[in-house]
Design a protein around this ligand. Structure first.
Ligand SMILES: O=C(O)CCC(=O)C(=O)O
Ligand SMILES: [Fe+2]
Length: 292
């Protein structure tokens, strides 16, 4: 929508709230992973695959052994910055981070859920909540990613409920999918093209109408959300279409000692041609982004 059109709609009083329906669609089921198919023989599925299908999350208590997480925790503690590295891909320069994100049992679990080997391409290393309000991650990616996507929330210490835990709506991975193209149609050209350090502005700018649209949809459906109050070593894996947020801490500044890593199906990221493999054969995307 152009600036003039928006201005006009304000004057004519036709500015209605933008609904979730206007921002989302049902993707072609043929393009979705096996566990997202409506019809499926569930008898042969593992408990984790059933949970994934039912809830859009898998919770793995005490999945990370202390000695696997310890090298990264020690390295991250040296960085005296609650927000973590500014780079979206610090795993390129921090070997302890890369090793933890590509830990083979975790990678095997991701493949077990998505149905193909996964490619690491984003990490969030802050030890505070992102405070990013309701969204599905999938729409922040190109449309062909289409649920060939998973993100992992690793508790590196016991999580205080006042620190702004991860919050999600179980089963919302079966809702229609927010689409970047639809979201951008409500922004101006300048808002869409704006970038800083190679990062687009539109996801942040669109929160002003995406957040209320999703909040209204949650209310309309009468569903309740859940918080992940994790103990050290617990892991939560969530679906690219799951509605979730980093909740607002009730005690601001309280440490939330977690690592978040995002992955896509290795055959579904033609937009990320630069890749390498670690010594275990696990794949990660390579970008020309220095550590910062
Ligand atoms: O802060 C959080 O727990 C949520 C982070 C998030 O939305 C994401 O990593 O996609
Ligand atoms: Fe997210």
């Amino acid at each position: 929508m152009s600036y003039v059109q928006r201005l006009l709609s304000l004057f004519t009083g036709s500015a209605r709230p933008i609904t979730f329906a206007a921002l989302s669609e049902n993707p072609d089921p043929k393009l979705l992973p096996r566990l997202d198919q409506r019809k499926l023989d569930e008898s042969a599925l593992s408990p984790e695959q059933r949970a994934w299908r039912r809830d859009g999350v898998v919770i793995l208590p005490k999945f990370l052994p202390d000695d696997v997480a310890a090298p990264y925790i020690a390295r991250r503690r040296l960085l005296d910055r609650p927000g973590g590295w500014g780079s979206p891909v610090p795993y390129l320069q921090v070997p302890e981070l890369k090793a933890l994100c590509l830990w083979p049992p975790l990678m095997r679990m991701l493949e077990h859920l998505i149905g193909e080997a996964m490619l690491l391409h984003l990490t969030l290393t802050g030890w505070v909540s992102t405070e990013r309000d309701w969204h599905q991650d999938d729409y922040l990616n190109p449309p062909h990613v289409n649920s060939w996507y998973a993100a992992v929330w690793m508790a590196l210490d016991d999580i205080d409920p006042a620190s702004g835990p991860f919050e999600y709506v179980p089963g919302s991975h079966r809702w229609p999918l927010l689409r970047g193209e639809k979201v951008r149609s409500f922004l101006t050209e300048e808002e869409i093209s704006g970038r800083e350090h190679g990062i687009s502005h539109w996801p942040k700018l669109s929160e002003r109408f995406v957040t209320p649209a999703v909040a209204a949809e949650i209310k309309r459906r009468g569903v309740t959300s859940r918080e992940f109050i994790a103990r050290k070593g617990d892991v939560l894996i969530w679906h690219g279409r799951l509605m979730h947020r980093g909740s607002i801490p009730t005690r601001p500044g309280l440490e939330r000692c977690a690592l978040i890593a995002h992955y896509s199906g290795i055959n579904h990221r033609s937009d990320m041609p630069g890749r390498e493999r670690d010594e275990n054969g696990q794949a990660y995307a390579v970008f020309d982004i220095p550590l910062h």
